[in-house]
Design a protein around this ligand. Structure first.
Ligand code: NAP
Length: 168
């Protein structure tokens, strides 16, 4: 069975982005993101792909972009129109995991079918226009602190949340 997971970096006040972009650049989190997602298929919304990644695929990973549109610059990404199409693509290509990589709209819609969420909690407030909330049917199972230093100007927690609907 295909396991669907999400990965997100969120500020203390729940912000994940502003005007189509990430707000922060935190080497420790970029490293965590790369290590966690490398070699796996990523699913992202058309806005994240166009605005955040400037329509350039992240290397070393299959980039699946979801959109209802037919015509936009999808670079070398795999274009899907529905989550079911993304899931079929993964199983047809022998992947056991799919990682949901944002943005706001995509998390909101597809968190209920995620087994796990990797949350990088950034212990600072930011202003932004895109927010993330963890639904109450997720339970935190791990929280690893990462202290301020050369790899992060902010205190971080690398958290794992599991979907209680999939337990047992
Ligand atoms: N902090 C983080 O970890 C993180 C990670 C990723 C992104 N972000 C931030 O999130 C923000 C972007 O989020 P956003 O909410 O504006 O946009 P988004 O979720 O990236 O993309 C939304 C688009 O996805 C497509 N879509 C959504 N649901 C769909 C469905 N059920 N079927 C088919 N297509 C669907 C639609 O594209 P069409 O309009 O083309 O149909 C929709 O306009 C940016 O600021 C970005 O930096 C943050």
């Amino acid at each position: 069975m295909l396991k669907i997971k999400a990965i997100v970096a969120v500020s203390a006040n729940g912000v994940i982005g502003n005007q189509g972009k990430l707000i922060w650049k935190i080497p420790a989190d970029l490293k965590f993101f790369k290590n966690t997602t490398y070699g796996l298929p990523l699913l992202m919304g058309r806005k994240t792909f166009e605005l955040e990644l400037n329509a350039v695929c992240l290397p070393g990973r299959k980039n699946l972009v979801i959109s209802k549109q037919n015509n936009f610059n999808n670079g070398n990404a795999i274009l899907v129109k529905t989550i079911e199409e993304a899931q079929s693509w993964c199983t047809n290509n022998d992947y056991k995991e799919l990682i949901i990589a944002g943005g706001g709209q995509i998390y909101k819609e597809f968190l209920p079918i995620c087994h796990e969420i990797y949350v990088t909690r950034i212990m600072a407030d930011f202003e932004g226009d895109t927010f993330f909330n963890i639904p109450d049917f997720f339970q935190e199972t791990q929280s690893i602190p990462f202290i301020i230093g050369p790899l992060s100007p902010y205190q971080l927690y690398f958290q794992t949340w599991i979907n209680t609907k999939f337990i047992g």
